[in-house]
Structures are given as structure tokens and as C-alpha cells.
Design a protein around this ligand. Structure first.
Ligand code: GDP
Ligand code: ZN
Length: 296
């Protein structure tokens, strides 16, 4: 059997790269039943004949970026496996900066145990005072890069950050993710079209997350723009995914403190003292509410 990398998943069909060639594969039912669907980035063993194959085994995943299941009770969906870094793309204007989305991206990266690079694009459109919207993320210790795919601002920095790493890029549609990635990875579109063509799918649409090797080493998984980023975690675990809460967790009056309006809450006290950005605490409460309502 050959070892291979899953580069794209289309339901039960996947495209793998084995020895430099793209192979259209089916996945044996027992693998899907026991371990759930494969994801871009998975390492697998397959039986190959020419440009077709059957995936029989999945090797252990090093790390993965997940999202909430389609229905409660199902396992989380995996966006990309065996990555080191999440490139979270948001825009400062057109559409306006969304703290809600930025917060969800930070939590998703943390749930996967992945480093985050928050890319704030369309900085050429930034207005007076916009810096303040980004500052809470810098204060929390996240790597933040301001970019403009139109002016080229920050593009060298972004390229340096991605070189040699296995990165998954996520973002709402319209923030300029494709513009950025096409700039950074010459031939990205062509490669994605080649992968899509292996299964005869839409040649000119990004239908699924696709693993693309980078010329400078490492790889990039581009994901289709999403409308919402459902989180594969729950309200109880959520505080642990806000790194700026860390020094205060375990110091609240009640062990099961939700860090909302309970008396003796150390997190709330830190917000009042200006040690935790109020915007991030508000973001935490919004996500908590949505998780409690079962909306992921
Ligand atoms: P995606 O949906 O996130 O992949 O976004 P696109 O790359 O398709 O870009 C959406 C729109 O934003 C297009 O009209 C782009 O020309 C525009 N755009 C992308 N990046 C920038 C940027 O840095 N500055 C400005 N002003 N416009 C941008
Ligand atoms: Zn508390």
C-alpha cells in the first residue's frame, strides 16, 4: 500500500497525492464508520491502480481545525488535519471589522491546539480609530498582521509567516482571502482547479478545502468562505479558550462561575480593572450564549 496525503474531500470521494500524482479515491466504508470522514491534510494508506485508488487506512492526526457538527450528536466536522497554523482572515472595512468573527476564529484555533495568525485585510480602507478594534487581539498575545491585497501592505510579512508551515486559512467570503492567497501562492487557482478536475467537479469554484504545497516549503489549506463559524466546543470549556482569562481562572468565588454577573468573579474584576479588554469579555459572553442556545 502507498502512503498518501488527502488534498481534497468530496463526500465519500477524496483526491490524494501519492508520489507527486493526484489520485481519485474511494474510501472503504469501515474507515468512515469507525473514524468519520477524512479531511484535507490527512495522511492515509491506499491501494492504487494508476490514477485511481481505495483509501484503506488513516494515520493518526497531529492536529486539526474543527467546526461544529451539522447536527447535534454527530462528530465535529474537520476542516483540515495536520496543520500548525490558522490564518484567520478578516477585513477592517467593506465589510466592517467583525469582532464576533475574530473572536470565533481565536476560539476555533485554540480548540484545535493551533497557533493563530490574525490577518486584518483591506487596511488601505482603514479609518481614524480603526486601530482600536484590533488592539484587544494584540493585547491578548495573538500575532496580528495588517494587510492590503490591493496596495501590497503586509504581504511580505504574511509570506514570511507562512513559509515552511502547514497552514489552514479561514474567513468569511468577501474579506479578500482569495485575493491575498492568489497573491501569495502563484498558481493556487490552477492547482485547485486541477484537484477539482480529478473528480470532474466544478473547475472554477472552490468547492472544498484544498491542500496546496507552497513553493517555499509547507502547505496551505484554502477553505471556502463561510457564512458562520460554528465552534466544536461547549460553554463550560469556553473560558479556557480565551488566553487573557487564564491568570484569573480558578480564582472566582464559585467553582462553576460562568464569568458573567456572578458575585466574586475574578474575570469580571479583571475587566473592571482594565486588565482584560472589555470587548473580548463581551465577545466571550456572546459566544457562550450562542453555544448554550445550541447554535455552535
Ligand atoms: P474572498 O471572498 O474573501 O475570497 O474575497 P475576494 O478576494 O474575492 O475579495 C472580495 C472583494 O474585495 C473584491 O472586490 C476584491 O477586489 C476586494 N479586495 C480584496 N482585498 C482587498 C484589499 O486589501 N483592499 C481593498 N480595498 N479591496 C480588497
Ligand atoms: Zn468568574
Amino acid at each position: 500500500m502507498d502512503e498518501a496525503r488527502v488534498v481534497a474531500v468530496y463526500g465519500r470521494q477524496v483526491v490524494c497525492e501519492a508520489g507527486g500524482a493526484l489520485v481519485a479515491c474511494n474510501v472503504v466504508g469501515s474507515l468512515l464508520r469507525d473514524h468519520g470522514p477524512l479531511a484535507a491534510g490527512d495522511r492515509v494508506r491506499l491501494e492504487r491502480s494508476g490514477d485511481e485508488g481505495i483509501v484503506r487506512e488513516r494515520l493518526a492526526r497531529r492536529a486539526a481545525l474543527t467546526r461544529s457538527p451539522r447536527r447535534p450528536g454527530l462528530p465535529p466536522r474537520v476542516w483540515a488535519a495536520n496543520v500548525d497554523l490558522v490564518l484567520g482572515v478578516v477585513s477592517i472595512r467593506q465589510p466592517d471589522f467583525s469582532a464576533g468573527l475574530a473572536d470565533r476564529i481565536t476560539v476555533a484555533a485554540s480548540v484545535g491546539g493551533l497557533r493563530l495568525l490574525l490577518c486584518v485585510n483591506k487596511w488601505d480602507l482603514a479609518e481614524e480609530g480603526d486601530e482600536a478594534q484590533v488592539q484587544p487581539y494584540v493585547d491578548a498575545g495573538f500575532r496580528v498582521v495588517r494587510t492590503s491585497a490591493t496596495s501590497g501592505l503586509g504581504m511580505d510579512e504574511l509570506a514570511r509567516e507562512l513559509a515552511g508551515r502547514d497552514t489552514v486559512a479561514v474567513g468569511h467570503s468577501g474579506v479578500g482571502k482569495s485575493s491575498l492567497l492568489n497573491h501569495l501562492v502563484p498558481g493556487l487557482r490552477i492547482r485547485v482547479n486541477e484537484v477539482n478536475a480529478v473528480t470532474g467537479r466544478g473547475r472554477h469554484t472552490t468547492t472544498t478545502a484544498t491542500w496546496v504545497p507552497l513553493p517555499a516549503g509547507g502547505a496551505l489549506v484554502d477553505t471556502p468562505g463561510v457564512r458562520s463559524l460554528g465552534l466544536a466546543t461547549d460553554a463550560t470549556a469556553l473560558p479556557r479558550h480565551f488566553p487573557e482569562f487564564d491568570p484569573y481562572l480558578g480564582r472566582c468565588e464559585f467553582d462553576d462561575c460562568a464569568h458573567d454577573s456572578e458575585p466574586g468573579c475574578a474575570v469580571r474584576a479583571a475587566v473592571e480593572a482594565g486588565e482584560v479588554p472589555r470587548l473580548r469579555h463581551e465577545g466571550y459572553l456572546r459566544i457562550r450564549e450562542s453555544l448554550l442556545a445550541g447554535n455552535g
